[in-house]
Design a protein around this ligand. Structure first.
Ligand code: UT7
Length: 316
């Protein structure tokens, strides 16, 4: 089990962004061999957003998070962008974001597929423990660029979005209470995308492994944080399929009213899915200062990443 350092930290800003273009299930029904009913029942998705670039969505989400934190980009010490859909091979998209926002601190892209945002949070938080003060974590993917829009088995699932958090060194406790990162490479072939190609997925097998990985990883993070699921105010799982979320929540004994869901309106946005759901819950006042929030992601690899964070900031 990884240890937790004692330096105090808080989440002091959050923001998200979605493209303007709404693609409904009816849009697919009109041109593919699928139906609104199948998509809703098998996935929980009603509509999703396509459009924008990874840099443009990230910049919007990051600017909102920085505004809320009351920080200028020049005050940042590190930026990590979690993405599997960088806009170009070089430079990293985080460098393009730096050019637009105008910061010159360390910045890099990190790819752990749909589990990436949680990986980025854990890495960013460790840099706070190492002495940095203000860190921006962005999760963004533009999966509409890597799906075959005529393939009903993937086109209806994947979409675009971004979410960002600002972490700050503050007096008191660390906001990261427990975490778990891992990979099962026996599932490597189940979800794949070659450079310049389209996503292919063995959905049923990914589904089965995703439920197991979410439960086991969430339990590891809970155990490390010395909490049980009844102490969790909000569960924010990766938004891939409502049936995966429900199965995991049931096994973790977390009721529906403590679940964060945006999947119905966003589809699966990979690295953006957890921060999109977390930001919406925070905007709606569903989490309060001192609440414990459980985040759990899984994705291609098959990677997984879970963590328990204490919500709230030094200003509250
Ligand atoms: O974020 C990364 C991780 N990704 C995931 O977590 C995705 C995990 N998997 C899933 O969410 C589900 O497996 C899917 C939503 C992808 C598929 O649902 P399923 O209930 O597992 O369906 P299935 O793959 O067993 O397919 C059942 C049938 C098949 O037809 P046949 O072979 O039984 O005739 C599919 O061809 O449903 C068919 N099908 C569709 N039918 C209507 C597949 N996609 C569609 C569609 N509309 N869009």
């Amino acid at each position: 089990m990884p240890g937790l350092s004692g330096r105090g930290s808080s989440i002091v800003g959050w923001g998200s962004a979605l493209p303007d273009q709404v693609v409904t299930n009816a849009d697919f029904q009109a041109r593919l061999d699928t139906s609104d009913e199948w998509i809703r029942e098998r996935t929980g998705i009603h509509e999703r957003r396509w459009g924008g670039t990874t840099a443009s969505l990230s910049i919007t989400a990051a600017s909102r998070a920085l505004d809320m934190a009351g920080l200028t980009p020049g005050e940042l010490d590190l930026v990590i962008l979690s993405t599997a859909t960088s806009d170009q091979t070089v430079p990293a998209t985080s460098a393009v974001i730096a050019g637009e926002l105008g910061y010159s601190c360390g910045t890099f892209d990190l790819d752990a597929a749909c589990a990436g945002f949680t990986y980025a949070f854990v890495v960013g938080h460790s840099m706070l423990q190492a002495g940095l003060d203000n860190i921006l974590i962005i999760g963004c993917d533009t999966l509409s660029n890597i799906i075959d829009k005529d393939d009903r088995s993937t086109a209806v699932l994947f979409a675009d979005g971004a979410g960002a958090l600002v972490l700050k060194a503050t007096p008191g406790e660390a906001c990261l209470r427990g975490w778990d990162l891992g990979i099962d490479t026996s599932a490597l072939h189940l979800l794949w995308c070659n450079k310049g190609g389209y996503i292919t997925m063995e959905g049923k097998e990914v589904f089965r492994k995703a439920v197991r990985a979410t439960i086991d990883s969430a339990n590891s993070a809970l155990e490390q944080s010395k909490l049980t699921s009844d102490a969790i105010a909000l569960f924010v799982p990766h938004q891939a399929n409502k049936r995966i979320i429900d199965a995991a929540a049931q096994r973790l004994e977390i009721p529906e009213d403590r679940l964060a869901i945006v999947l119905d309106r966003t589809g699966n946005t990979s690295s953006a899915s957890i921060p999109l759901a977390l930001c919406e819950a925070a905007d709606k006042g569903r989490i309060s200062h001192g609440d414990h929030v459980l985040l759990a992601g899984f994705g291609a690899g098959m990677t997984w990443a879970s963590m328990v964070v204490r919500w709230g900031n030094s200003k509250q």
